[in-house]
Design a binder for this molecule. Structure first.
Ligand code: NAD
Length: 498
């Protein structure tokens, strides 16, 4: 049984809270261990540690700092299989998908090796007589990240890597559902040479999150999770004077134009809709075929593909997807499918009663497909976060475009078409943060930034890419004057560069 406490000051520290939560193995419903639910005092211990370690780390030159990231990349390669298996067993996703989760995190670490360049300030020589102006980027101090269950390697790495590359100390509060990989990441960073105290992991629930939000020494908070919690964290963190970037839920549409290559579209849709059991913030959960003929051709190909999806345990490399993360998640998703039926949507593939032979206690669900979904139904308005795809038929392009534009969420969206003009118009007018053109899951590569609009993101800077270096540093601007020896006397008018 795994007993997961905290990782503070470079080592594992047991919790004394007396509160814990079971860590489940979704593929068979067994208990793998317990994770501690920490206290305010334990958070304080992590913060004190981070605060003590941070000035020396910030004073270490940036090239030396990023050598730790380089070494970390090597160590993850060494332990890749072990990490992916642990991730799959705690989360439920398949091992190949778990490897992708780690890889997308490592790509951001790779970009952060460019920190010495990305942190450079600006310089103006001769902004006035004898006057030079320059800016520098300095770390914030102690910063924190609160992350969701669905990418337990990728999202912590999206935050840890830029934060520490910029010279901050970082406190991670991972999801209590799959804390194993985040703890291993902390161990590997220490092995890579990161000074103790620069990366601490505290485990827990709302109690420790609230302690983070109210802690006077934590200067910035990066959050990823569901929208109500994102909104709560954003408002409490900013009310306490902290920087915050909080990313929330999603309802990602795929618009399918009449000229789309239908075989390619269906391949893309099945992977983006059902991969990782639909538990991705960039999963496609709404397909919008334009015109009746497009819709009929789509359904003709899609139905047999959904019916033949291979659901399996996380350790089966041939499975398309594995179980959902918890029994509660399974019940919630089934509840949405029941609601969709009641609301009058046409359930053309019903995976609610799927049972995995030999794994009867696992949290499995077969693929579900709804046709004739309308914008007033709860299955359209709300995030289901499961292997359920809704088809909303649109009469024309304008009607299709209106759907993502008027939706509460604005994380990702895709259009499938062979028409460059339609694709350009769509990319320009759609009110969503990340757009795919014949790409179903347009998660931007690591040197671009990731962030949704509307209810999918609170705050003004995105994750990774150049925004991460802005978020984790503060800008100081220096105006310097070295008088030439000719004294002008006192000046009472506001200085200008005229
Ligand atoms: P969640 O909101 O339940 O939990 C996220 C984090 O918040 C966890 O660390 C959790 O411990 C903490 N938390 C939960 N309830 C809290 C409360 N009442 N007060 C304080 N803290 C609380 O999200 P989840 O179920 O772990 O993850 C799935 C959600 O995350 C989905 O909505 C998904 O769309 C979203 N997500 C968004 C992105 C993105 O980039 N926009 C990426 C991945 C996941």
């Amino acid at each position: 049984m795994d007993q997961v406490g905290h990782f503070i000051g470079g080592k594992h520290v047991a919790s004394t809270s007396g509160r814990s939560q079971d860590i489940m193995q979704p593929m068979d419903g067994s208990v793998r261990g317990q994770v501690a639910l920490g206290t305010v005092a334990e958070l304080r211990q992590a913060v004190e540690n981070a605060k003590a370690a941070q000035p020396a780390w910030a004073a270490t030159n940036p090239q030396r700092r990023v050598r730790v990231l380089m070494k970390f990349l090597d160590l993850v390669q060494r332990d890749y299989d072990e990490l992916a298996e642990l991730l799959a067993r705690e989360h439920g996703k398949t091992i190949p998908d778990a490897k992708g989760d780690i890889q997308r995190g490592l790509e951001v670490v790779e970009v952060c090796i460019g920190a010495p360049h990305l942190m450079k300030g600006e310089f103006t020589d001769g902004a006035g007589p004898g006057i030079d102006v320059y800016s520098m980027r300095q770390p914030l101090g102690v910063v924190a990240g609160i992350t969701p269950f669905n990418f337990p390697a990728m999202i912590p790495l999206w935050k840890i890597a830029p934060a520490i590359a910029c010279g901050n100390a970082f406190i991670l509060k991972p999801s209590e559902r799959d804390p194993g990989v985040p703890m291993k990441i902390a161990e590997l960073f220490i092995e890579a040479g990161l000074p103790a105290g620069i990366l601490n992991v505290v485990n827990g629930d709302k109690e420790i999150v609230d302690a983070i939000l109210d802690d006077r020494d934590i200067k910035a908070i990066g959050f990823v999770g569901s929208t109500p919690i994102a909104q709560y964290i954003y408002s409490r963190a900013t009310a306490n004077g902290k920087r915050a970037q909080c990313f929330g839920g999603a309802k990602n549409h795929m618009i399918i134009m009449p000229d789309a290559d239908m075989d390619q579209t269906v391949d893309a849709l099945i992977g983006a809709g059902y991969g990782s059991a639909g538990e991705r913030c960039m999963a496609i959960s709404v397909a919008v075929p334009v015109g009746k003929d497009t819709a009929d051709r789509l359904m003709e190909r899609l139905i047999p593909r959904v019916e033949s999806l291979k659901v399996g345990p996380s350790t089966d490399p041939s499975a398309d997807y594995g179980p959902l993360v918890t029994k509660q998640a399974l019940d919630r998703v089934r509840g949405y499918v029941d609601a969709g039926v009641k609301e009058g949507a046409k359930l053309v593939v019903d995976g609610r009663d799927f049972k995995m032979q030999g794994y009867e206690n696992g949290y499995y669900m077969g693929g579900c497909l709804f046709d004739e979904v309308t914008a007033d139904m709860s299955i359209y308005k709300e995030e289901i976060f499961g292997p359920v795809l809704s088809v909303v038929r649109a009469a024309n392009y304008e009607e299709a475009l209106k759907l993502p534009n008027e939706h509460e969420y604005g994380n990702g969206v895709a259009i499938f078409t062979r028409d460059g003009d339609a694709a350009r118009d769509f990319a320009s007018r759609v009110q969503v943060g990340m757009v795919g053109i014949n790409v179903p899951i347009p998660v931007p590569i690591a040197y671009y930034t990731f962030g949704g609009w509307k209810g999918s993101g609170f705050g003004d800077l995105n994750q990774h890419g150049s925004d991460a270096f802005r978020f984790y540093t503060k800008t100081k601007t220096v105006t310097s004057r070295w008088p030439s020896g000719v004294k002008d006397g006192a000046e009472f008018v506001i200085p200008t560069m005229n």
